[in-house]
Design a protein around this ligand. Sequence first.
Ligand code: NAD
Ligand code: DAU
Length: 352
Amino acid sequence: MILVTGGAGFIGGNFVLDWLSNPNAEGIVNLDKLTYAGNLATLDPLKANSHYVFIHGDIGDKELVTKLLKEHQPRAIVNFAAESHVDRSIHGPAEFVQTNIMGTFNLLECAREYWGGLDAAAKKAFRFHHVSTDEVYGSLSATDPAFTETNPYEPNSPYSASKAASDHLVRAWFHTYGFPVVTTNCSNNYGPYHFPEKLIPLVILNALNGKPLPIYGDGQQVRDWLYVGDHCAAIREVLEKGKLGETYNIGGWNEKANIDVVKTICCILDELKPRADGKTYAEQITFVQDRPGHDRRYAIDASKLERELGWRPTETFDTGIRKTIQWYLDNPAWIEGVVSGSYRDWLQKQYN
Ligand code: NAD
Ligand code: DAU
């Protein structure tokens, strides 16, 4: 067994599905609090899978985590569980501190205690894989080189500050206790099962529903886009072959300005599902007030991962975004399930 936390969310859900699509893979115990971002419908295909166990709970719950480690004896933990949306962290940072910092701390402590009690072989094989973000490195100018693993931490939002704190805890547990960790810092993921508060799924759904496509500020902020399936493959590589105590950047080699991302989505939708009035979806683009403290540019240098572990992404932005849009067109039932009352309340609060 491996223990996955946050496996009902976007990346964790894709990871669990990918992992269990291999019939020879170890089983998965998935611990998830099912916040607004957790969605069990993503994991519907696993209902009858005897290699999969779902546990509803909080990574910050010491009693529960201790009990499930004892019961399931995982040989690895992959920690995806987090509050992940920057805009929500601006409206309410408390949950971010609670889950991303205190939750990770609790998970580390419970796991360290469990690991300490393993026999020598199991102890040697054990891994704690912490999933983190490129946002911990701060913001780049247009001409700065991309982030490498040695960039200083300069988080700018409550979200990225809480993720940076969790990375520091993970690092310290390795240096102080010899606890076997690896950390990955990745760029913006996109793909199936992405909750539509984030730019790409929000724009796809708003376009199809005839709503404005909100672009913060001038739309010239740059992100590196990583297809979620590529991210899952990279995590499997690092879990298998990563060096203990190391961090690895994961990126898609796909830097794009937000406005170009949105225009690309409009173009593909014009082709796959033309508007009834024959006009382009790009007419729905609306520039809105900028995000406070908005980081200008992120760019990931993922060459360490390629050099040391031989990983490279397989999707370009053009192939990945087309697959993603097609997935949203093909899965109206999943979308219907996530656009609940609380999602509508969020849109009202954020976009008025
Ligand atoms: P998400 O918001 O879609 O999912 C988070 C999941 O964690 C949800 O299922 C939620 O219910 C669960 N969760 C939240 N608090 C919990 C708690 N206290 N205990 C147990 N479960 C809890 O997030 P995501 O986009 O899938 O991101 C996964 C991880 O990857 C996060 O750590 C995030 O910081 C990191 N990350 C995400 C991206 C991205 O582009 N989405 C990029 C870089 C890093
Ligand atoms: O870089 C990795 C990070 O990517 C992850 O750590 C986060 O968990 C993930 O949410 C994501 O953060 P971003 O803030 O970059 O993602 P988001 O989709 O919210 O925004 C992408 C860009 O688009 C960003 O520059 C803000 C902008 N944006 C976003 C929304 C929701 C808009 O212009 N309009 C919008 O309505």
